[in-house]
Write a protein that binds this ligand. Structure first.
Ligand code: PGA
Ligand code: ZN
Length: 428
């Protein structure tokens, strides 16, 4: 393994769950071992994210990634050929140098990330180890899933402004049990929504959660509670939101629109206080827009619950450091494609964890069947993963990989359950 080198890198366009093209990379080592990785894509993106390269024009509606694929084949491949695979840091450093821009617009973040992740996969395969074990010798903690059962915002064709209404099965005994609970709650939710709204309520959003015809966050949270109760898990779950508030914010007026009402920062914080008290919410992601570090700090101090920075941090160590300095949020949403290399993403996570921040490993709304984030969540010892509803192949591939890891770990596997919850006890 120490003297294995990169011999060949190829890439191709494949389709993600929205039917849009994305980059798939195969990286071959000198002993013939191949590492493959697919690159995910966001829809409600932060402005500070690394830049993916899209072709524009009419082909694939402008979403083609032929140029990124060519960059992997013609520029990255020849430059990395002969490099030792043993150090991810060296591989990623070479990628950064070759790209030469702060936002990966030189080669495209989708080209860079595909190679970075394929290199990690190849190194693990050559060592004969699962990726989670290769990255962390003593990895044995499964993540609690943040299961997104009702979709809104940019992920759904309904009038819910908040993007994700989440259930966390913290009372489960294992990851598999957590998924059983999630599915039973989801089935109950389907019945309840069908009875209330008719068939239209069973349409789903980008991450597989229901996208019912409603606009009020109270209504969505009320239905989640009812579903958990009907499924018999009222005391075993806690609740969360991803507000994706950058996309609800009007810069000109300095206000957010939720359910037809305008809120300034103070009023929105009041709304969150009420929702936390009424529904036992223990985690809120992007409650305010992506530049409002000060507001994040105020909310974090005031609520005591988990406040997660997604668009706020964009998995960027610099922005995470700024947030830590101000006390903005107390958890990092961790998406490797926001920054573009595994090494930088690991740096962001390390920095967060060292400073007492939690890390929530996350999918993007545009995923393929590639389940790499399951291994990364276990490798990071993150304790939390957000990978959509427990339906549709691009979401279940991650859950299914976690089930396999849990089985592989056997008696050493730990499901952290309630210990991941921070702040005031929930209202059951
Ligand atoms: P995105 O959404 O992948 O569309 O950016 C996910 C999220 O906001 O957490
Ligand atoms: Zn988010």
């Amino acid at each position: 393994m120490p003297d294995l080198t990169i011999s060949r890198i190829v890439a191709r366009e494949v389709l993600d769950c929205r039917g849009l093209p994305t980059v798939q990379v195969d990286l071959t080592l000198s002993d013939g071992t191949v590492g493959r990785a697919d690159v995910p894509a966001g829809r409600s993106t932060g402005s500070g994210e690394a830049r993916e390269l899209r072709d524009g024009g009419t082909r694939f509606g402008g979403f083609g990634v032929r140029a990124a694929v060519e960059n992997v084949r013609d520029r990255i491949g020849p430059a990395l050929a002969g490099m030792p695979i043993a150090s991810q840091l060296e591989v990623d450093r070479a990628l950064l140098e070759l790209d030469g821009t702060p936002d990966k617009s030189g080669l495209g973040a989708n080209a860079v990330l595909g190679v970075s992740l394929a290199a990690a996969r190849a190194a693990a395969a050559a060592a004969g180890e699962p990726l989670y074990r290769h990255l962390r010798r003593h990895a044995h903690v499964l993540p609690v899933p943040l299961v997104n059962l009702i979709n809104g915002g940019k992920h759904a064709s309904n009038d819910l402004d908040f993007q994700e209404f989440i259930v966390m099965p913290v009372g489960a005994e294992s990851l598999l049990h957590a998924l059983q609970m999630s599915t039973e709650i989801n089935l109950a939710l389907g019945e309840i929504l069908l009875a209330r709204f008719g068939k239209v309520a069973l349409n789903t959003g980008d991450e597989g959660g229901y996208a019912p015809p409603m606009s009020s966050p109270d209504e969505a949270l009320g239905f989640l509670h009812e579903a958990a109760e009907r499924a018999g898990y009222a005391d075993d779950v806690v609740y969360g939101l991803d507000c994706a508030a950058t996309h609800l914010y009007d810069e000109a007026s300095g206000t957010y629109t939720v359910d037809g009402e305008r809120y300034d920062r103070a009023a929105l914080i009041e709304l969150y206080d009420r929702l936390i008290a009424d529904y036992g919410i223990v985690t809120i992601e992007d409650p305010l827009h992506e530049q409002d570090f000060e507001g994040f700090a105020e909310l974090t101090a005031a609520t005591g619950i988990q406040i997660v920075g997604d668009d706020l941090f964009v998995t960027n160590p610099g922005r995470v450091a700024k947030g830590i300095g101000q006390g903005a949020a107390n958890a990092l949403l961790w998406k490797v494609n926001q920054i573009g290399t595994l090494t930088e993403a690991l740096d962001a996570a390390d920095l967060a964890l060292r400073s007492g921040y939690r890390v929530v490993v996350s999918e993007r709304s545009g995923e393929t069947e590639d389940a790499i984030i399951a291994d990364l969540a276990v490798a990071l010892d993150a304790g939390q993963i957000k990978t959509g509803a427990p339906v549709r192949g691009e979401r279940t591939s991650k859950y299914n990989r976690l089930i396999a890891i849990e089985e592989e770990l056997g008696a050493t596997a730990v499901y952290p359950g309630r210990s991941v919850v921070r702040g005031p006890e929930l209202v059951a």
